[in-house]
Ligand binder design. Sequence first.
Ligand code: PLP
Length: 367
Amino acid sequence: MSEKLYLDAPNIGDLEKYYLNQAVESTYISTVGPFVDEFELNCSKYLGVENSVSTNSGTSALHIALHELGIGRGDEVIVPTLTFVASVNPVIYCGAEPVFVDVDIKTWNMDITALEKAISAKTKAIIPVHLYGNPCDMDQIMRIADKHGLYVVEDATESLGAKYHDMYTGTIGDMGCFSFNGNKTITTGGGGLVISKYRERLKHIKYLVNQAKDYGVEMYHSEIGFNYRMTNISAALGIAQLQRLKEFLQIKKNIHHIYNKELGSISNIKLQAQYDEGDSSWWFTCILMDDERARLQLQDLLQISGIPFRRIFSPVHKFTPFKDCRFSGGDNAETLYKRGICLPSSTLNSEEGIDYVCQVIKRFFQC
Ligand SMILES: Cc1ncc(COP(=O)(O)O)c(C=O)c1O
């Protein structure tokens, strides 16, 4: 294959350069500037919500969302163990305890039975993670949250553009958080977004991320704030990327379609399944091998064939800082970690490139 393959590289073109140049020329490259408001407005329009607040990362978006809901010492927050560690660290930043639950082996998302069992008198919130763009079973999660009076903070950092029923992920729970890191479906270099059902809470978040700066009173800060603002230069990039989101989602869908068509019928491979109500954004297409040995052997073949890949996330409850936290039990997350491989999913890849990946994997199975 002469063409370079990309795992998750961003797709930056002339439109991005145009907006970035405007930001640079205007001298507004930092945390003040018109592109920030415009980006928030455009994100809100796309998601069909009244307002949104941009941040400097998805991690800070999750932190400020939990903080705003008053999550703190003595509280428990339920998280899936199969996720990126940044879904969980914000719980610790708030002084609360993460409680880990296993995932469903087919969809790779939070297991609903484990979730309900993990609820205690201390539970305050649930963080469903729409892993690799695949929407969680939100009907069940919202039903359980309502029944027990819990907040739902959706970690939609990987799932911009994914839908559950006809709602975008992130718009279903009490708060929704997105990431625009360099490897996400759209990027601002580094950045994030918070949306919420509660207008006043979102207004307060806008104030908190700006060091809790009181407007109208000079140099006065009546609360402990955060420097979590998105920069104007990031927002400039975001405005261009958001204009191309539809195009990127279509390419991701097509990449998944090719993998599914070529590899879906191989009995030794499983792809991530969707709930009937879900419509994944396919941020990443990943496959599950029969066992760990096969995963290691396939990795070797991918490597010598010049195909970039990465492993599935490692179960977070096993990391040293979380070793004393409660875990529901179960080994699906561990199985997925041991056997899974994420395939090239960048929108920079051509159909021929994805075809080549499929041919190499088929060669591995001699089919
Ligand atoms: C599931 C998940 N949660 C949270 C984050 C944090 O986002 P960021 O890297 O923008 O801080 C990421 C992405 O990196 C993620 O994949």
